[in-house]
Design a protein around this ligand. Structure first.
Ligand code: ADE
Length: 321
């Protein structure tokens, strides 16, 4: 049972205006509480529309999924994964928030945080290429967001520019967790006998192929992947910011896969030396030879960024050029 039928119940604390006494009120949110607007995104099995709360005028992005289609295409699992993932990550500023879910006869609705500046692919398409300063600003946030979801035991598995949204302050928010892998916590006994829950990020998962241009060689060659697929995708996106196109791109999926398997890519003329060095150390065939997230953060390309105090999320966005 993935959502309340027709409406999602939310509990609200309401203060009495005279006495100040707080009582709990259960209210239901359903389709009639929102005004639906323009289509702002299109997935393979969903449509994302702008929605405005009639009560508060708050804007949301509503992801609408067709139930019949989901069942016919055997995608029901993806919907549950997306909901469970977003719930696990819901208190983070680096992932889109899930506010409500509800359904009617034909559709499921996910009321998501609205990111007014759209997705990162559109930004890159609009400007063609980004300069080093922009690559550093967006790159730092993207790798930190990936680091965060991994620390919560979530591997995205389809990191790509379309799945990176920009909020009103041009801060990065990851979205589209339908194909994520949710790791079970493993209990670690510390030296002092206390226990902490961690995740085994090296848990292998099989068969799922994300998007051709960002897929790892190990998935194509050996049908397995682990958390390092998100790091590989980061390397591809970093290349793309500067080059204006992903490193592995051909006229069709088959030829793209051939290039990925051989790690066959070429830097464009004038590609900055520092970023070239970083990309080279990420896009390596052997996952064990690639830089880890900590090593990426410590790379001299990110010398000006302090990842440990969260200040990268307070930086002013550079003018895009
Ligand atoms: N496109 C897809 N999801 C979106 C969201 N949450 N906000 C803005 N645009 C989107």
């Amino acid at each position: 049972k993935w959502a309340e039928r027709g409406a999602a119940k939310i509990v609200r604390n309401v203060a009495d205006p005279k006495t100040g006494e707080i009582t709990k009120q259960t209210i239901s949110k359903g389709i009639n509480d929102f005004k639906f607007g323009e289509v702002i995104g299109d997935g393979s099995y969903s449509t994302v529309m702008l929605a405005t709360s009639i009560e508060s005028n708050q804007k949301y992005a509503v992801k609408v999924l067709n139930k019949e289609y989901l069942i016919r295409q055997k995608k029901v699992k993806y919907v549950n994964v997306e909901k469970n993932t977003l719930q696990r990550l819901n208190n983070s500023r680096t992932v889109v928030k899930l506010f409500f879910t509800f359904q009617d006869e034909a559709h499921l609705y996910f009321l998501l945080e609205y990111a007014p500046n759209g997705d990162f692919l559109s930004v890159m398409k609009k400007y063609g290429t980004l300069n080093e300063e922009c690559a550093c600003y967006y790159g730092a946030q993207i790798i930190d967001a990936i680091h965060f979801i991994h620390s919560k035991g979530i591997i995205h598995r389809d990191i790509k520019p379309e799945n990176i949204l920009l909020d009103g302050d041009m801060k990065v928010k990851l979205t589209d967790f339908g194909t994520a892998k949710i790791l079970d916590p493993v209990t670690k006994v510390n030296n002092n006998n206390s226990k902490t829950a961690t995740f085994d990020l090296l848990t292998r998962s099989k068969s799922f192929v994300g998007t051709a241009e960002y897929v790892t060689p190990e998935l194509l060659n050996d049908s397995y992947t682990d958390y390092r697929c998100d790091i590989w995708a980061f390397g591809c996106i970093l290349f793309q910011m500067i080059a204006g196109k992903p490193p592995f791109k051909a006229t069709n999926e088959y030829l793209t896969f051939q290039k990925v398997m051989k790690v066959q890519y070429a830097f464009t003329a004038g590609f900055p030396v520092v970023i070239r060095d970083l990309v080279k150390k990420i896009l390596l065939k052997q996952p064990s030879q690639r830089l880890t997230i900590s090593a990426i953060k410590a790379h001299h390309f990110f010398n000006d960024k302090n990842f440990s105090d969260g200040s990268i999320w307070d930086d002013n966005p550079p003018e895009i050029q």
